[in-house]
Design a protein around this ligand. Structure first.
Ligand code: ADQ
Length: 489
């Protein structure tokens, strides 16, 4: 007799982020082709086996017509993605404006843009209004797709207004919010004209997560100092309602990197790179081209190192891979030319007719090429001025089990809290210190390299993205259950 097929019930997880993990390209009036982007967040959430994940977000394209919207919605449904349609004006004011021009620099301690220092300027008000409107549009889509028992996980500074919008729809929704950037000192957050509204909205969530304990502490003190609420070791209390605030450090899918290194095409690539740079030590920087990554500071430190250590000229090469982002923002264009100018100067000063000390690439690399580069690197250098976590440092460590290279890591990256034991920690603003750390890394005895690498490798393989997602989601699930129990007593 055939046993009835019993499908195990899986709770649904709604992952809400500004961008969906797919890129959509329009092929015709009602046809789209989709490409899944294999980011860390995607593989992290695929690893959460007890939940069935659905994604809600913007597809990154403007689709003004109904036919196109319907067709895209249908195509995305097959990938378990649900689109939020944002028009060009909203994207300009909400995404380029409030998110990338105000919150991003502020949360990385770069302050507010000068013209917006006055809370009354029109552009600030317009951008904040667009931010709220966009968040409300996300909330509408979440609400339309919500089923009882779903767990909702909101991501990042783009969606700080979302928890409140969701709870207005339905107080029973289980809402978590996770910030991928630093949360700055409350003294920095205080300068934001919409400081209180954003804090209050985030507090509407049941669980609020950050990469490090420090960011969580900054958030709690912003709530106590700006809103006058009570901070407890568990979180923030407001009129008897508790919002749990905690640190959930993200990781990477380390197996994916370790497996890739075994592929013959990657091994082939590694061989080519080794031949190409034979006789020279390889230093590597991989960053999005963003002011928070401290790329000019890194280049200046490398210049200082070459200046003071002529022995190393011709014996070390720095490969700096900087993928351009937000190219329509003037500050980012300025940064690109500044980086090009410094690279040109250093190569002019220390290069020969046959070799230059810096190879700078302005583009993204595919996954296998990136793994090969990580594997042949002797010294990886991360000089972020501030960075929520910095996954590049994790990826480098995952690919170094054969070579046991050295990681130079900014103390202002969240990763300094987890990889600090094995890395050489530096203050990226101190060019002399960073230059000295390059010498220390290049000259480090094999025994010390091995010891430091093993500490970090152990951490990277034990604290993966999957584990991060599982912990956050299950804690969110439990937190709300407790809160409901308490209120029903
Ligand atoms: P990012 O600022 O993007 O992320 P990071 O954590 O280093 O910074 O992740 C970058 C990712 O992009 C890595 O997976 C890296 O491999 C990839 N990448 C970067 N440059 C590339 C290139 N040229 N070619 C190919 N791939 C490239 C934000 C926060 C971080 C936080 C993460 C996750 O700013 O602090 O760690 O989210 O929460």
């Amino acid at each position: 007799e055939e046993a009835a097929v019993v499908r195990p019930f899986r709770q649904r997880l709604l992952v809400v982020a500004n961008r969906l993990p797919v890129s959509a390209i329009r092929r015709g009036e009602d046809s789209w082709s989709l490409e899944i982007s294999a980011g860390g967040l995607v593989s992290a959430l695929l690893g959460v086996k007890e939940f069935e994940a659905r994604w809600i977000g913007w597809a990154g394209v403007n689709v003004p017509d109904e036919i196109g919207q319907k067709a895209l919605t249908k195509a995305l449904a097959e990938k378990r993605c649900i689109p939020v349609f944002l028009d060009e004006e909203i994207v300009h004011q909400y995404y380029n404006g409030y998110c990338n021009n105000i919150l991003w620099p502020l949360f990385h301690y770069l302050g507010l843009p000068q013209e917006d220092r006055l809370a009354t300027t029109r552009s600030f008000q317009t951008q904040f209004a667009a931010y709220k409107k966009a968040n409300q549009m996300f909330a509408d889509v979440v609400n339309a797709n919500y089923e009882d028992g779903d767990v909702i996980c909101c991501h990042d500074y783009h969606l700080m207004y979302l928890p409140e919008c969701l709870k207005k729809y339905n107080t029973k929704m289980k809402v978590g919010w996770f910030l991928h950037t630093p949360f700055p000192s409350s003294e920095i957050h205080r300068t934001l004209p919409s400081r209180s509204e954003l804090l209050r909205s985030v507090l509407a969530a049941d669980l609020v997560g950050f990469h490090t304990y420090d960011y969580a502490r900054h958030f709690v003190s912003a709530c106590t100092q700006i809103l006058g609420l009570e901070g407890t070791p568990e979180g923030v209390e407001d009129q008897g309602r508790m919002t749990r605030v905690a640190a959930f450090p993200i990781g990477i899918d380390s197996d994916r990197f370790i497996r890739a290194l075994k592929l013959s095409q990657v091994q082939e690539h590694i061989k080519e790179l080794k031949e190409r740079f034979a006789g020279r030590k390889v230093m590597l920087g991989v960053d999005r081209l963003d002011m928070i990554k401290g790329i000019p500071q890194k280049l200046l430190a490398f210049e200082k190192f070459l200046e003071e250590n002529p022995y190393w000229c011709g014996k070390v090469v720095l490969l700096q891979i900087a993928v351009p982002t937000r190219t329509d923002v003037p500050e980012y264009q300025k940064l690109t030319s500044q980086v090009h100018e410094i690279v040109g100067r250093i190569n002019g000063r220390f290069g020969t007719l046959t070799a230059v000390p810096i190879h700078h690439l302005d583009r993204s690399l595919n996954f296998h090429a990136l793994c090969a580069l990580y594997a042949v690197t002797d010294v990886a250098i991360v000089t972020s001025l501030r960075d929520g976590m910095n996954l590049v440092s994790y990826e480098f460590v995952a690919c170094q089990d054969a070579k046991k290279g050295v990681l130079i890591l900014s103390e202002f990256a969240g990763a300094a809290q987890s990889l600090g034991a094995g890395a050489i920690l530096v203050n990226p603003w101190n060019i002399i210190e960073v230059a000295a750390s390059i010498g220390q890394a290049l000259n480090m005895p094999a025994e010390e390299r091995e010891k430091r690498h093993c500490q970090n490798f152990h951490h990277v393989i034990m604290h993966t993205a999957q584990e991060w997602a599982e912990t956050f989601v299950s804690e969110l699930n439990d937190t709300v259950v407790e809160a409901q129990l308490r209120s029903s007593k």
